[in-house]
Design a protein around this ligand. Structure first.
Ligand code: IVH
Length: 670
C-alpha cells in the first residue's frame, strides 16, 4: 500500500467508524457488529501509525457519541474512557502479558465482574449530596441529565454515613452503568407497540434513549436500574483495590455488580468467565461479557491509558447468541440510493432477550454462497445486539427443498428494471422517483448532519410521501402549514414549527447541502473537502474527474460518482432551484487578518500544545497561507507538535524549516 492508498483507506475507515459510532450512540440503531467495529478501529490505528496519518479528530482518539444538543453539556474532569474488547482466551492472556511487561516483578491480582449492557453514566456527590448526573457523550463532554438521573431509584440522592464525606474527599465521582432488565424492556416495548410507536431494538438502546428524554416524569415511569463500576479517588487514602472500592461504594448505598470476584491470575479469571458464561441467560438482565481489571489501585497510573481505553482493564465479550428458526420468505428492501437488500422473513424467535422476525441477507451472492432458500431452517445470530444475521442453513442436505433464490428482474416497489454495475454485488433500482428511495433520500436530507431539519423524522416523511406532498427534497420548501395540519398527529403549532425549521435550513452551509444531496460515496468528509477546495457550487458542477481526484480524500470512484450526479440535467436544475430559493451556494471567505504568510505552503504534523489542527490551518489561511497534506520540495514550512512522525523526518531531509507552535505564533504576529 502506498501513501495515497493508505490515506484513502484511512478516510474510508474514519467515515465508517464515525457513522457506526453515531448510529450506535446517538441514533441507537447500530449497523455493524462490535467485532467488525473493533476490526475497523484496529486497522485504522495500524495505518495511522505506519503512514503517519494520526489526527486529533480521528475516531482512534475519541470514544462514543456526541453530546446531544438539547441538554446542557458538561466537561468530564477525568475522561470517561471506553474498554478494549477481546473475544477469546488467548487475547486475554495477551492482555496479561502486556500488563506483566509494564509491571515487571510487582505482584498484582485481577478483579472480574459481569459487564452489563446499558449506558455509562457519571455521578458527582458533593458533601454527600447528588449534584450531577451525566452521560458519557464523546468521552470528554457529555449531557447534564441530572434531573433524569434523580428519578432512578437505585441511585441514592444522599450518600450513607454520619460523616457525610466518609473520610474521603467531600467530592465523590462515581461511574457506573444504567441498564434495564429484560422483563421491563419487553413490557416497555409491548406498551410502545400498543401506542403505535416503534419498539426499541434492545435494552441498551432503550436505556440510552430513556436517559435522554426531555421529561423526567416519563423517565421515572421507565424502570432504569444502575450499578456502579468505578470510584475516582483523589487522595492516597481510602480503598486500595477495585474490590475494596466496590465494597466501599456499597456501604455508601450504591449497588455494585452482583457478579464480582478477585483472582490471583488470568487463568483463574478465565475459569470464572466460563462459569458465568453458563448462567448468563438465566439472569434477569442482558450481559455481553466480563470486565477484567487489575485489582490494585496503585498500578493504574503506572499502566495508564491509551487515548481510548485504560491499559489496566479489558472487556471479554461473550460469543454472540444463535438460534435456529424457519425462514418463511425472502423479501426485498429498497434503500436511499436504490440498493436492493434481500431480507429474511423469519418465524419469530427469542434471541438475546428480543424477538427476531427479520434478518438482512446482504445481497444475492451471499444468499447463493450460503445457499439459503425459502422454507429452510436457518441459524440466526445477534452479535453484540446488532441487526440479526442469517449464518447458515441448518439442514442443507434434506430432500424437497424449494428452488434456489432468484433475484427478480424488476424493482419490487416501482417495477423499474434492476441494474447491476460491473464489479459490484448489489442490484439497484435507478428510478429516482421510486417511493422508498424518495423516502430514504428525504430522511437523509433532513438528518442531523445534513440539513438538520427539526421535526422532520421518519414518521412525518412517510406521511408526506404517502400523501404525495413531496417527490424530491425541493418540494419541502413549498410546503405550507395548511397542507401539513390535516396529517395525523400534526397540530397547528407543530405544522408551523416544521415549516419554520424547513425555512431555517436554507441558511445551512454549502458542505451540508452537498452532503444532503445524497450523492453516492459523498460522505461528510468528502463534502467538506469539496467545499473547501472549490469554495462554491459552480466549479463543482463543472469539475472533471481530473479536477476532482486532485483532492486528497477523492479517488476515481468518488470522482466518477460526483461527475455522474451533476451530469444529469435533473440534478443541475435542482441546484438552480436551490439557488432561486436563496440557499448559500458559496462558502464564507475566510476573514483575512494579514498577508504575512501570502503564498506560503504549510504542512502540519503531530499534536500542537494548544491549537487543534483545524484552528492551526484556519490561522494559516487567515494570514494568507495554505495548508497541504504532504511534505514536498514545494513546502515552505512544517508546523510540528508532539509525536510528529515521518513528515518531520522528511522535512529535515529536504531542509524545510520546522516550526513549533510558539514560533509560528510569533510569525503571524507580524
Ligand atoms: S469499567 C475506564 N466495568 O462498558 C473504563 N465498564 O465497553 C471503565 N460497562 O463504557 C469501564 N459494565 O459503559 C466497566 N463492570 C463494568 C462495566 C462496564 C459495563 C460498560 C461501560 C463502558 C463500556 C465499555
Amino acid at each position: 500500500m502506498n501513501q495515497k492508498q493508505a490515506r484513502k483507506r484511512v478516510e474510508e475507515l474514519r467515515d465508517l467508524i464515525d457513522r457506526a459510532n453515531k448510529a450506535y450512540y446517538d441514533e441507537a440503531r447500530p449497523f455493524i457488529s462490535d467485532k467488525e467495529f473493533d476490526e475497523a478501529l484496529k486497522e485504522l490505528n495500524a495505518l495511522e501509525k505506519k503512514f503517519d496519518l494520526a489526527s486529533p479528530d480521528s475516531p482512534t482518539r475519541r470514544v462514543g457519541g456526541t453530546p446531544s444538543e438539547s441538554f446542557p453539556d458538561v466537561e468530564h474532569p477525568v475522561p470517561m474512557l471506553s474498554l478494549d474488547n477481546t473475544y477469546n482466551e488467548d487475547e486475554l492472556r495477551e492482555f496479561d502479558r502486556r500488563v506483566r511487561q509494564i509491571l515487571g516483578q510487582q505482584n498484582y491480582t485481577y478483579s472480574a465482574e459481569l459487564k452489563f449492557d446499558g449506558a455509562a453514566i457519571r455521578l458527582r456527590y458533593e458533601d454527600g449530596e447528588l449534584v450531577l448526573g451525566a452521560t458519557r457523550g464523546d468521552g470528554y463532554r457529555g449531557d447534564d441529565i441530572t434531573q433524569n438521573i434523580k428519578t432512578i431509584r437505585d441511585i441514592p440522592l444522599t450518600l450513607n454515613g454520619d460523616n457525610k464525606n466518609n473520610g474521603i474527599s467531600p467530592v465523590v465521582e462515581i461511574r457506573g452503568e444504567a441498564y434495564m432488565e429484560k422483563e421491563a424492556f419487553l413490557r416497555l416495548n409491548e406498551f410502545r407497540e400498543e401506542q403505535g410507536l416503534s419498539p426499541f431494538a434492545n435494552p441498551r438502546n432503550s436505556t440510552a434513549g430513556t436517559l435522554k428524554m426531555q421529561d423526567p416524569r416519563e423517565v421515572a415511569r421507565r424502570p432504569i436500574r444502575f450499578f456502579a463500576f468505578d470510584l475516582l479517588l483523589n487522595s492516597a487514602e481510602g480503598p486500595s483495590t477495585h474490590i475494596e472500592k466496590m465494597n466501599f461504594l456499597e456501604k455508601l448505598g450504591l449497588p455494585v455488580s452482583p457478579y464480582l470476584s478477585a483472582h490471583k491470575d488470568i487463568e483463574e479469571v478465565i475459569e470464572t468467565i466460563h462459569k458465568w458464561e453458563k448462567i448468563r441467560h438465566d439472569l434477569p438482565y442482558e450481559t455481553d461479557g466480563v470486565v477484567v481489571k487489575v485489582n490494585e489501585e496503585a498500578f493504574r497510573p503506572e499502566l495508564g491509558n491509551t487515548s481510548k481505553a485504560p491499559r489496566w482493564a479489558i472487556a471479554y465479550k461473550f460469543e454472540a447468541e444463535q438460534a435456529p428458526t424457519l425462514l418463511s420468505s425472502i423479501t426485498l428492501q429498497v434503500g436511499r440510493l436504490g440498493k436492493i437488500t434481500p431480507v429474511a422473513e423469519l418465524k419469530p424467535v427469542q434471541l438475546a432477550g428480543t424477538t427476531v422476525k427479520r434478518a438482512s441477507l446482504h445481497n444475492e451472492d451471499e444468499i447463493h454462497r450460503k445457499d439459503i432458500r425459502t422454507g429452510d431452517t436457518v441459524m440466526v445470530e445477534k452479535a453484540g445486539e446488532i441487526i440479526p444475521q442469517v449464518i447458515s442453513v441448518v439442514n442443507p442436505d434434506r430432500k424437497n427443498r424449494s428452488e434456489p433464490f432468484k433475484m427478480p428482474k424488476n424493482c419490487p416497489a416501482c417495477n423499474e428494471k434492476l441494474e447491476k454495475l460491473q464489479g459490484e454485488v448489489d442490484w439497484r433500482c435507478v428510478n429516482t422517483e421510486c417511493p422508498p428511495q424518495v423516502r430514504e433520500r428525504i430522511i437523509h436530507f433532513a438528518s442531523r448532519d445534513a440539513m438538520d431539519i427539526e421535526g422532520l423524522g421518519e414518521a412525518v416523511v412517510d406521511q408526506l410521501v404517502e400523501n404525495n406532498l413531496i417527490q424530491t427534497y425541493i418540494d419541502l420548501y413549498s410546503l405550507t402549514t395548511d397542507q401539513l395540519i390535516p396529517l395525523e398527529r400534526m397540530a397547528e403549532k407543530s405544522a408551523r414549527n416544521l415549516v419554520g425549521a424547513i425555512e431555517k435550513s436554507k441558511a445551512q452551509p454549502l458542505d451540508r447541502l452537498i452532503y444532503a444531496l445524497g450523492i453516492r460515496f459523498v460522505g461528510k468528509t468528502v463534502a467538506r473537502d469539496l467545499t473547501q477546495d472549490f469554495q462554491s457550487i459552480d466549479p463543482i458542477l463543472n469539475a472533471s474527474n481530473q479536477d476532482l481526484v486532485e483532492i486528497d480524500s477523492i479517488g476515481p470512484k468518488i470522482a466518477e460518482s460526483v461527475v455522474k450526479f451533476f451530469s444529469h440535467e435533473k440534478n443541475r436544475k435542482l441546484i438552480e432551484k436551490f439557488r432561486d430559493l436563496g440557499f448559500r451556494l458559496e462558502t464564507d471567505k475566510p476573514v483575512k487578518f494579514s498577508n504575512v504568510l501570502e503564498g506560503k505552503k504549510f504542512v502540519l504534523t503531530g499534536s500542537l500544545p494548544s491549537l487543534t489542527r483545524k484552528e492551526a490551518s484556519e490561522l494559516i489561511e487567515q494570514h494568507g497561507g495554505k495548508t497541504t497534506s504532504s511534505v514536498s520540495k514545494n513546502t515552505d514550512y512544517v508546523l510540528a507538535g508532539e509525536s510528529a512522525g515521518s513528515k518531520y523526518e522528511k522535512a529535515e531531509k529536504l531542509g524545510i524549516p520546522i516550526l513549533d507552535e510558539s514560533s509560528f505564533m510569533e510569525m503571524i504576529k507580524g
